[in-house]
Design a protein around this ligand. Structure first.
Ligand code: BGC
Length: 734
């Protein structure tokens, strides 16, 4: 069901029309204007490029000073009172927010409240795992619950709009922003998108514990060439529609009330003035009824892209394409009036944009209730319930990659913990951690103390700190078990954090080799925001736990796994390469005429193994599962797969069952496998369950060369199992 229509409430529509009829043109344009803490970021281009624009007369001296100098938007309150600002970005002080709302309500002519936006991506005060980690839980209830809690905490600070979820498919781990999305798969990202929207917004935005969500970055931002942030996406329309758009459609269907344009261009047209995307796809095809915001400064940045002549042209093109709220570039507020006078933009268009913005403000019930109760923060944020949820989400997100039986830890006399990351609660918060604070979080060292574990700790090396060999040798002397922490600092993933080499930095690989030489069993615990090529860690460690950046409760959650209180159930949602040079690498590639194989003239790199280091969907637990008796049946437009899954180990566990399909013969070559379903199944030791999963036949299609969505008749293979390499297969014919 498409929930966009829920945004349209007849009782509000009448009020919106009345308000619009009373607004001046300037007041209407004010609604389109979003102001940030500074204009910095509006144009992150070099000084030379800025000067060149000035020299070419494409910006005025005044604009140059105002926009590029990074100075604050002056006189915020005065401008709110004058109706020149419709929303703010990244104000974190509830007192200030109340003050601004009061000015908007009482001093502006029409008393229109403000939208206050912030990137509440994976938590406000209580920080949950970064999205890439949380996605590994393959659990939509976890996705939803962390968003619900984040929204509740955000509202206690006066934030009513989050710039999340990011639903960009990320296939190239050089791109630092893979940390912010659900991974490389379109189907999983679509489920993640819908669950996040439901968690942030709930059923009714007028509930004062919910926030407006924002599907971003529209679109194909993750297709940046070479994984370099902000780079162009040069992709076919088929890839756009098959791989990158479905999660946005899922967010729209789930009722998301805002969309954000992406920084990149697609095939030469910047997303922020891309009419095809912002109008034809979003409004006409998806039926989206909320508001469209640009990314920070991205309307003005079209000058740097080079498809607009000046800032006025930037305003004209972006507005006409379908952008409505201008995040910090100020092009709209500076030029829309002139453009209307000159007939480039009509009043009707302006009214439509204002209507979409006011619709969101009414949906939030801000006209009745614009203020935040300052006393709520104390009891709501970081309360026991939220911490418990963050701990549970974290332990469901950490992926066990290797284990020779050393885990769960039992009867170890001398445990030694190594590495700076073990004692850095702040680093566990990951990218975009809103108001999360390290001193409110739990590091691994703290988690061990909380459990009363007897251990010794030596920092002795870090991500960027060279190995102190003497301290290392002293620390490991007489140890029964070492826990070595490895990975990346939080600033190494997220926005503007792309790397050409994503291997472990500094002396970390050296540490792994020395530990292997020592003969002492060791567990590697990885903290990172992207899949990393870690063959040395895989080969040498007795166990490897991919702990990502797990948030506030990281240390407690990791201990739950290390000591067996929780049986790991997470699975990778991105392929781990053997080397950076394999990126982009993803499981659902299409077959070539020379499939990867031992023979020289096959599609492969000569300097890495044929298989990725870890495949999509992979992950271990403290038990094992066996699958059998797969049968498929076609009925009423659906295919039903029925099979048995058995826990063949001696502890209870939760299996993440995965269903893949492959269209065997098609007019366009189809991926070797495509995820089309997943399910968490709880099984006691020795227990067998019969499971049935269904896939709608309509979901088996693709876009033809003429861009028609088709489900072609013929044979399909259906795979069921533990990860994307499963060979339990059945064939059905459509
Ligand atoms: C990012 C967006 C973010 C915005 C506002 C931009 O730089 O690309 O993801 O929502 O800033 O903070």
């Amino acid at each position: 069901m498409n929930k966009q229509n829920l945004l349209i409430k007849p009782e509000n529509e009448a009020k919106i029309d009345k308000l619009i009829s009373e607004m001046t043109i300037d007041e209407k344009i004010g609604q389109l204007n979003q102001v940030g803490p500074s204009a910095l970021g509006a144009f992150e281009i070099t000084l030379e490029e800025q000067k060149a624009l000035l020299k070419a007369g494409r910006i005025t001296k005044e604009e140059y000073e105002k926009i590029f100098s990074g100075q604050k938007w002056d006189n915020e309150e005065e401008n709110v009172a004058a109706g020149k600002i419709g929303s703010f970005l990244a104000i974190r002080h509830p007192e200030k927010i109340n003050r601004l709302q009061k000015v908007a309500m009482e001093e502006s002519r029409l008393g229109i409240p403000l939208l206050i936006g912030l990137d509440v991506v994976h938590g406000m005060n209580t920080i949950f795992p970064i999205p890439l980690a949380e996605a590994c839980s393959w659990d939509v209830d976890v996705y939803k619950e962390s968003a619900r809690i984040s929204a509740k905490e955000a509202r206690t600070h006066g934030i009513n709009w989050t710039f999340a979820p990011m639903v960009d498919v990320g296939r190239d781990s050089r791109w630092g922003r893979v940390a912010e999305g659900a991974g490389e798969d379109t189907y999983l990202t679509s489920k993640f998108a819908a669950a996040k929207v439901e968690g942030f917004q709930g059923d009714d935005l007028s509930n004062s514990e919910r926030v407006v969500a924002c599907a971003k970055h529209f679109a194909a931002y993750g297709a940046a060439i070479a994984g370099r942030d902000y780079n162009s996406a040069d992709i076919s329309l088929q890839t756009l529609w098959e791989t990158y758009l479905p999660p946005f459609k899922a967010a729209s269907d789930a009722g998301v009330a805002s969309f954000m344009t992406a920084f990149n261009d697609i095939n030469g047209v910047p997303c922020s003035n891309n009419k095809y995307l912002l109008t034809d796809v979003l409004r006409d095809n998806f039926g989206f009824k909320g508001l469209v915001v640009s990314d920070a400064g991205s309307i003005g940045e079209c000058l740097a892209h080079g498809n607009v002549a000046d800032r006025k042209d930037a305003a004209r093109k972006s507005f006409n394409a379908g952008a409505e709220v201008d995040m910090v570039s100020r092009c709209f507020v500076d030029y829309i009036k002139e453009l209307i006078d000159e007939g480039d933009i009509t009043l009707e268009q302006l009214d439509n944009a204002v209507r979409n913005i006011l619709r969101v403000k009414f949906a939030l019930n801000l006209f009745e209730n614009p203020y935040v109760d300052l006393s709520l923060r104390e009891t709501v944020c970081l309360c026991d319930e939220h911490r418990a949820a963050a701990r549970d989400a974290a332990r469901r997100s950490a992926v066990l990659l290797e284990n020779d039986g050393v885990l769960p830890i039992k009867n170890k006399k001398k445990i030694v913990v190594l590495g700076e990351l073990a004692d850095m609660a702040d680093e566990m918060l990951g990218t975009w951690a809103a108001l999360g604070r390290g001193d409110e979080g739990v590091s691994l060292v703290q988690g061990l103390k909380n459990r009363g574990v007897d251990f010794t700790y030596s920092a002795c090396y870090g991500v960027e700190t060279p190995l102190d060999r003497e301290a290392f040798d002293t620390a490991i002397k007489g140890a029964d078990l070492v826990i070595a922490t490895l990975g990346e600092l939080r600033r190494m993933s997220g926005e503007a954090s792309s790397y050409a080499d994503i291997a472990l930095q500094g002396d970390q690989i050296e540490v792994v080799k020395l530990l292997k030489e020592s003969g002492i069993p060791f567990v590697s615990v990885l903290f990172n925001g992207r899949p990393m090529p870690i063959p040395e860690v895989k080969e040498n460690s007795n166990a490897v736990l991919e702990a990502w950046h797990l948030g506030t409760e990281a240390g407690n959650a990791i201990c739950d796994i290390l000591f067996g209180d929780y049986n790991p159930s997470a699975r990778l949602t991105t392929t781990f390469p053997n080397k950076t040079g394999e990126c982009p690498i993803y499981y659902n590639h299409v077959p070539t005429g020379r499939p990867r194989g031992e023979i020289r003239h096959s599609c492969k790199h000569l300097d890495v193994p044929l298989d990725p280091l870890y495949p999509f969907g992979y992950g271990l637990s403290y038990t094992e599962y066996a699958y059998s008796d797969l049968s498929v049946e076609l009925k009423d437009g659906k295919v039903y797969a029925t099979f048995n899954v058995k826990n063949i180990g001696d502890v209870a566990g939760e299996e993440t069952v995965q269903l893949y399909i492959h269209d065997v013969l098609a007019s366009r070559v189809r991926p070797v496998r495509e995820l089309k379903g997943f399910k968490k199944v709880l099984l006691n030791a020795g227990e067998t369950k019969s499971v049935t999963m269904e896939v709608d036949i309509n979901e088996l299609g693709f876009y033809s060369m003429n861009m028609e969505y088709v489900v072609e008749k013929g044979d399909f293979e259906l795979f069921i199992g533990h990860d994307s390499t499963t060979d339990l297969k059945a064939v059905f014919t459509v």
